[in-house]
Design a binder for this molecule. Structure first.
Ligand code: FES
Ligand SMILES: [Fe+2]
Length: 339
C-alpha cells in the first residue's frame, strides 16, 4: 500500500474548477468532495457514514452538503448538523475533513490534521496567478503512473529533445547547456543554462530565430511534487531580468498509487488579450503533455511490471539528479512522519 505524505500542501483543484457546486476528486487515495462555503473552501471525505453514498452527488446548502441518499447534512468540518428524520444526531455521524486555502488561483489542501495546517508552507505560485500584466492559460491531465514518475519527467527536462519533437524540442540547444541541481532547505532546484544559442522556438517569437540568445529553464520543486518552471531568454550576454520570461506551474498530486493529477499553467506578458495565442498554447500544451509526456511516462512505469523503482537499479546519467533528489527528499519526509 502506498503511503502518502501528510504534512504537505496538495493542490486539489484550480479555483475555477470549483464554481458553486460540489467537486468530487480522488486525492492520495481518498475520495474527497470539495465545495465553497462563506469562509473559504471545505474538503470532506466523499462517503456518507450512513449507507456510503458519495456526498459529491448531493446538493450544497448554506450549512454544508446534503447527502443525496437520505438527506443527512454535513458542515464544512464534517460534522452532521441535520438529520431529516429526527432531532437526534448520532455521535458517529461525521466524516473526515481537511483544511483548504485558496491562493494564486489554486485550491491547496493540507494532507494532515486541520490543527497542524501551516499556510506559510504553501509554495509560492504568485507568478502564475492572474494579474493586470499577465495572461494565464491553465490545464489539466491525468497521468497513468505514480506521481514520482511525473517528478522524474519534470525535474529532468533533457527529455524535451526526444519526447517533444512535435512541440517544445529546441534544435538540440539543451545538449550544449549546463545543468545544476541544488538544495535550498525543503526546496529543490533543477536548472538548465544555455548561453549563446539561437532563440528558442514558440514562447519567444519576440526574438527572431537567428538571434543569439541566452536561454534558461529553471525548475523549482517542493514536496510532494509542486513545481514551478521559469523559461527565459535574453539577448546573449544581456541581463536576464530584461529578457522574455514565461512562468509555468507543473503541479502533481497523487490521485491513487498509479494515477496522478497533473495541473499545468503557463503565463505570458505579451498578446495579453489574444484568444488566438491562448488557443495556440492550449493546443501546444495538450500535444506536449497528453500526447507526448503521458504515454512515455505510462509506458516506462508499466515496463517495471510492478518491480520497485530502486530495486530495479535505475541507471544514473547526472541529468536525472533532480528527480532522484526529489524522490530521496520525499522518502526522508515519510520516514520522519512515520517516526
Ligand atoms: S447514505 Fe447518506 S444519509 Fe443515507
Ligand atoms: Fe515533457
Amino acid at each position: 500500500m502506498t503511503t502518502y505524505l501528510k504534512d504537505v500542501w496538495y493542490m486539489a483543484a484550480w479555483c475555477e474548477e470549483l464554481g458553486d457546486g460540489l467537486l468530487g476528486r480522488r486525492l492520495f487515495d481518498r475520495a474527497i468532495v470539495l465545495f465553497r462555503t462563506a469562509d473559504g473552501v471545505a474538503a470532506l471525505a466523499d462517503r456518507c457514514p450512513h449507507r456510503f453514498a458519495p456526498l459529491s452527488l448531493g446538493t450544497k446548502a448554506d450549512e454544508g452538503v446534503i447527502c443525496p441518499y437520505h438527506g443527512l447534512t454535513f458542515d464544512a468540518a464534517g460534522q452532521c448538523v441535520r438529520n431529516p428524520f429526527s432531532g437526534k444526531i448520532p455521535p458517529a455521524a461525521r466524516v473526515d475533513s481537511w483544511a483548504c486555502i485558496e491562493r494564486d488561483g489554486i485550491v491547496w489542501l493540507w494532507g494532515g490534521s486541520r490543527e497542524t495546517a501551516d499556510a506559510s508552507l504553501i509554495p509560492d505560485f504568485s507568478v502564475v496567478a492572474d494579474g493586470p500584466n499577465v495572461r494565464v492559460v491553465r490545464g489539466y491531465t491525468l497521468l497513468e503512473a505514480p506521481y514520482e514518475f511525473g517528478t522524474d519527467n519534470l525535474m529532468d527536462l533533457s527529455h524535451i529533445e526526444f519526447v517533444h519533437k512535435g512541440s517544445f524540442a529546441g534544435n538540440g540547444v539543451i545538449f550544449a547547456g549546463r545543468h545544476a541541481v541544488r538544495d535550498e532547505g525543503t526546496t529543490l532546484h533543477s536548472d538548465w543554462w544555455m548561453p549563446g544559442v539561437k532563440a528558442p522556438p514558440h514562447t519567444f517569437g519576440i526574438y527572431p530565430p537567428e538571434m543569439d540568445c541566452d536561454h534558461w529553464l529553471d525548475m523549482r520543486w517542493n514536496a510532494p511534487a509542486s513545481m514551478h518552471l521559469e523559461i527565459g531568454a535574453c539577448p546573449a550576454g544581456a541581463l536576464r531580468d530584461g529578457g522574455v520570461i514565461a512562468h509555468q506551474a507543473h503541479i502533481l498530486t497523487p490521485a491513487s498509487a498509479t494515477t496522478t493529477h497533473y495541473f499545468w499553467a503557463t503565463t505570458r506578458g505579451h498578446d495579453l488579450e489574444s484568444v488566438e495565442t491562448d488557443a495556440f498554447l492550449r493546443q501546444l500544451f495538450a500535444q506536449a503533455f497528453d500526447e507526448e509526456d503521458k504515454p512515455i511516462i505510462k509506458a516506462a512505469y508499466e515496463n517495471l511490471e510492478g518491480e520497485d523503482f530502486w530495486a530495479a537499479k535505475p541507471l544514473s546519467l547526472g541529468i536525472d539528479a533532480g528527480g532522484t533528489r526529489a524522490r530521496r527528499k520525499v522518502e526522508a519526509m515519510l520516514r520522519a512522519e512515520a517516526a
